[in-house]
Ligand binder design. Structure first.
Ligand SMILES: Cc1cc2nc3c(=O)[nH]c(=O)nc-3n(C[C@H](O)[C@H](O)[C@H](O)COP(=O)(O)OP(=O)(O)OC[C@H]3O[C@@H](n4cnc5c(N)ncnc54)[C@H](O)[C@@H]3O)c2cc1C
Length: 423
């Protein structure tokens, strides 16, 4: 990589520099290449080793309800009592996360919930369309399972409590079917009798393995002439004729335009550009059991317990949970084990030996919406981060919107709800 001559480059090293080679950066590169743009993906590590490595692999297009909601606020105190439950906050991190929690609480008010849901539904419609196009163009249909998901309820009261959420989805045109008895057992044989009902969502899809999927897309970026370079970017700044990226190894890379797609680590880069975005991380945990640990027919969702089970080519992945614990604390894999124990109760006969544990950093905003938009400092520096639980699902839509923004076109949908300046 050539070094920049100074702050006013007469030429730039690259057309578009994308910082962060997770699924969001990789998808952005893919859509920019469709328009003939020359892209450089920059990551401090190998591609797709962050949150995009070990997630649950779902294209969760029906997941339009924001996490911040009156329902979650009612459940949260009970969840927080259990240190290994679906939601936890290490006490020492509480002072740091408090401002984010206050914003989260405000985002749970009914007026905000409705707005967030409408914005999320619009993004999901684009996500479904653009992901289908990307998968087809990349020839990755063989990596996508289209067998839907099954959410499970232990009590009638749990289903009743979920009904307003399903009604809201119905209003957005999302198909689903509540099931019981034999219909439920057909969708997933071998469930514990403690589950009295379920909801089948046919439009939900999963990938064979999220790392394989992201890697295949990254390999396609390279095949189409894109480059991947290993640097840690310390700062990005507008310069005459483009953008300069200062790397920790002392290099400066210049580009016409840049994208910040550093997932949970994006906050300092945005702050230096004048955008103090309240990005936090929701740490999530899982265990991937060897293939054959159970005959899982489709993704199973245990909403009351905050985890899912996904059949992958690499095995059976059991996990989820939210730990608001920041970016530096060591993982607490007792969380993975707690979910595995529950999974064994829910699926009697599940073989729990030989699993691989993993923890990942979801990049999360308090209103459950991502940040997609231009920086305050320059229209040539665009943000694409903060997708929380839905980054894989929304990666292609984000790529489409980033390409629109950098081309100076009206974006494919109203992006004001995702503005970096909304806070
Ligand atoms: C347990 C769990 C389950 C999940 N399940 C799902 C699911 O089923 N479906 C779904 O849609 N989403 C799911 N998610 C969320 C999803 O994984 C994330 O939203 C998504 O991976 C975020 O992608 P990203 O590219 O923004 O970030 P990442 O994948 O974290 O990538 C960010 C990249 O930026 C790089 N980077 C950071 N700082 C710098 C820097 N300064 N310089 C250079 N490089 C830098 C990192 O090395 C990293 O490679 C899940 C997450 C978890 C934790």
């Amino acid at each position: 990589m050539a070094e920049a001559a100074g702050d006013s480059p007469s030429h730039v090293d690259i057309d578009v520099a994308i910082v962060g080679a997770g699924i969001i950066g990789i998808a952005a590169a893919s859509f920019l290449q469709d328009e003939g743009r020359d892209v450089l993906l920059i990551d401090r590590g190998e591609p797709a080793q962050g949150a995009s490595f070990g997630n649950a692999g779902a294209f969760a297009f029906s997941d339009i309800l924001p996490l911040a909601s009156p329902r979650i606020m009612r459940k949260a105190p009970r969840w927080l009592i259990d240190p290994l439950g679906p939601l936890s906050i290490p006490p020492a991190y509480l002072p740091e996360i408090l401002p984010w929690l206050i914003r989260f609480w405000r985002a749970s008010w009914p007026d905000r919930v409705r707005g967030a849901m409408v914005a999320q539904a619009a993004l999901m419609r684009l996500a479904s369309r653009e992901m289908a196009a990307l998968v087809a163009a990349a020839g990755l249909d063989g990596m996508v399972r289209s067998d839907g998901s099954l959410e499970l309820y232990e009590h009638e009261a749990e289903l009743t409590a979920a009904m307003p959420g399903w009604d809201a989805r119905a209003q957005e045109g999302i198909a689903f079917q509540h099931v019981r008895g034999a219909a439920m057992a057909d969708l997933q044989p071998g469930l514990s009798p403690r589950f009295v009902a379920g909801t089948f969502v046919p439009g939900w899809k999963t990938v064979s393995d999220p790392y394989d999927f992201a890697s295949a897309l990254a390999a396609r970026v390279v095949r189409r002439g894109g480059r991947i370079a290993r640097h840690e970017v310390a700062a990005i700044r507008p310069v005459a004729g483009g953008v300069a990226l200062d790397c920790r190894d002392g290099r400066t890379i210049t580009a016409r335009q840049a994208v910040i797609a550093c997932g949970a680590w994006s906050r300092p880069l945005a702050r230096a550009l004048g955008d103090d975005v309240p990005l936090e991380t929701e740490r999530g945990y899982n265990t991937t059991l060897p293939p054959g640990a159970f005959d899982i027919r489709r993704q199973l969702i245990f909403g009351g317990h905050g985890f899912v089970i996904t059949p992958l080519s690499s095995g059976i992945r059991v996990g989820g949970a939210v730990e608001l614990g920041g970016l530096t604390r060591a993982p607490n894999f007792a969380r993975s084990e707690a979910m595995l124990r529950k999974a064994a109760d829910f699926l009697p006969g599940l073989k729990t030996d030989g699993g691989r544990q993993w923890m990942g950093f979801r990049p999360s905003l308090p209103d459950s919406l991502p940040v997609i938009g231009a920086s305050r400092a320059s229209a040539d520096i665009v943000y694409a981060f903060g997708h929380g639980h839905l980054g894989l699902t929304q990666s292609a839509a984000t790529g489409r919107l980033v390409a629109d923004l950098l081309a100076g076109r009206a974006p494919a949908l109203d992006i004001s709800p995702f503005s970096p300046q909304r806070f």
